[in-house]
Design a protein around this ligand. Structure first.
Ligand code: PRP
Ligand code: HPA
Length: 176
């Protein structure tokens, strides 16, 4: 069934069952990665809230979870654009960090986050993204865990919004 949000029409793209299957696979890969270690999951709000909830329910050994938001503002002339992670309330020193993102599109956001994380002495850093648009990606950060590689078309649902709407949908729609 088509979905109308404001001026745009969307068509069904990925079902809730398909999403769940990929999330279980990613959770298993993460378990295998960390074995007896306790990783820190940094969930990037707002979009990743639904992915993070489902992923972390399948990650059943001890972990730390923290929620961050990216804020960028203009610094001085020499520093240019400065990025900040709002809400980062854990010391990441010597920790295995997993950044949890709903989507990596151009890669601007994940690159900004990685730059902030790299100012701390972490043990390792990985990215888990449910969706990745290879054709749109312009950056070099490695996306360690990807649910779906998708075409460069706008999607909504499962945390992702169009003009603030559609985050609540349990499946994903693609713009028509
Ligand atoms: O790779 P990029 O081109 O940077 O795009 C990806 C980012 O865009 C979305 O966030 P947005 O800034 O829309 O905020 P939201 O999570 O609150 O929707 C998404 O959640 C990613 O964080
Ligand atoms: O395709 C998308 N949909 C919703 N939000 C987004 N943020 C980056 N890409 C997208």
């Amino acid at each position: 069934m088509e979905l109308q949000i404001l001026d745009k029409t969307f068509v069904p793209f990925i079902s809730a069952a398909e999403i769940d299957k990929e999330i279980q696979r990613i959770a298993k890969d993460l378990h295998n990665n960390f074995q007896n270690e306790v990783p820190v999951f940094l969930v990037v709000l707002n979009g990743a809230f639904m992915f993070a909830a489902d992923l972390l329910k399948h990650y059943t050994t001890p972990a730390q979870v923290s929620f961050v938001k990216v804020a960028s503002y203009q610094g001085t002339e020499t520093t240019g654009k400065v990025n900040q992670l709002l809400g980062l309330d854990v010391d990441l020193t010597n920790k295995h960090v997993v950044i949890v993102e709903d989507i990596v599109d151009t890669g601007t956001t994940i690159t900004a986050i990685q730059q902030v994380i790299n100012t701390q002495k972490v043990k390792s850093m990985q990215v888990a993204a449910l969706f990745f648009k290879p054709e749109a990606y312009t950056q070099t950060v490695e996306i360690s865990h990807v649910g779906f590689r998708i075409p460069n078309k706008f999607i909504v649902g499962y945390g992702l919004d169009y003009n603030k709407q559609g985050r609540n949908l349990p499946e994903v729609y693609q713009i028509k």
